[in-house]
Design a protein around this ligand. Structure first.
Ligand code: SAM
Length: 232
């Protein structure tokens, strides 16, 4: 943990990770205090492959469970006009700091959004997001129904939803909860860290470890979709 410098396109994003943000009840360090490798994967993916199919210029972007906020900050660098980074309240000061140190305060704001909370998501009633980003949020099966509820609330018909995840033994079960809520889950092709990509120079992106990550497109409920088999 500390200060990380992440190459995104032709720019360096500075990300401060937190060392002392703990849950006041359990005393455990909150998982959003530091950058997870999925956020590096999603940042690189959107800066290379994602931008080929989605023009970030003047788009509005929401990041759920943002942690340190790397994917959302990447979207701002790529031209998004408004980015909202969200997480639980305790993590918001760290997110605000990461927005400020990168000089992106004119385009990026930070808000609390607790999955499943009507009160929390009602603050987003007037928002109209073109893209929702999530990295490493398919983590706790108990949270997936709440995440699905929030996704249904904040997206509109045309909103694109991209998520990167480390593929763990229980990732498929987490995704199945979203499928049971009506979402389609499609694994997107990714060529991360390869010679064709503009890798962000992070050492974990060796070919072996990249097999452990996947990028997904989440299709909205009630649209024809196919669920990709991901956890063989
Ligand atoms: C594994 S961390 C990933 C953090 C960050 N996206 C990354 O990839 O570096 C999971 C994130 O989801 C957030 N999260 C978990 N449950 C949540 C909930 N019910 N409402 C809002 N955020 C939640 C956590 O606070 C944390 O930031």
């Amino acid at each position: 943990m500390g200060v990380r410098e992440i190459q995104v396109a032709d720019t360096t994003l500075v990300i401060h990770e937190l060392e002392d943000v703990c849950d006041s009840v359990t005393g455990r360090v909150l998982t959003g205090s530091w950058l997870w490798n999925s956020s590096l994967v999603l940042s690189e993916w959107i800066a290379t492959q994602g931008r080929l199919t989605f023009d970030f210029q003047d788009k509005t972007v929401l990041e759920l469970g943002a942690g340190a906020g790397l994917p959302g900050l990447t979207a701002a660098l790529l031209g998004a006009s408004r980015v909202v980074l969200t997480d639980i309240e305790t993590l918001l000061p760290g997110l605000i700091n990461n927005v400020e140190v990168n000089g992106l305060g004119d385009r990026v704001e930070v808000r609390q959004l607790v999955w499943g909370s009507d009160e929390s998501s009602s603050e987003f009633d007037g928002f109209d997001f073109d893209l929702v980003l999530m990295s490493d949020v398919f983590f706790d099966m108990e949270e997936m129904a709440a995440l699905a509820k929030t996704l249904k609330k904040v997206r509109r018909k045309e909103t694109v939803v991209w998520a990167a995840s480390e593929v763990r033994p229980w990732t498929g079960e987490c995704l199945n909860v979203l499928v049971s809520e009506g979402f389609g889950v499609v694994e997107l092709p990714s060529q991360l860290g390869g010679s064709s990509g503009s890798g962000n120079g992070n050492s974990f992106m060796e070919e072996d470890s990249l097999d452990m990550f996947a990028v997904f497109l989440l299709l909205p409920p009630n649209e024809d979709s196919h669920v990709a088999a991901i956890c063989n």
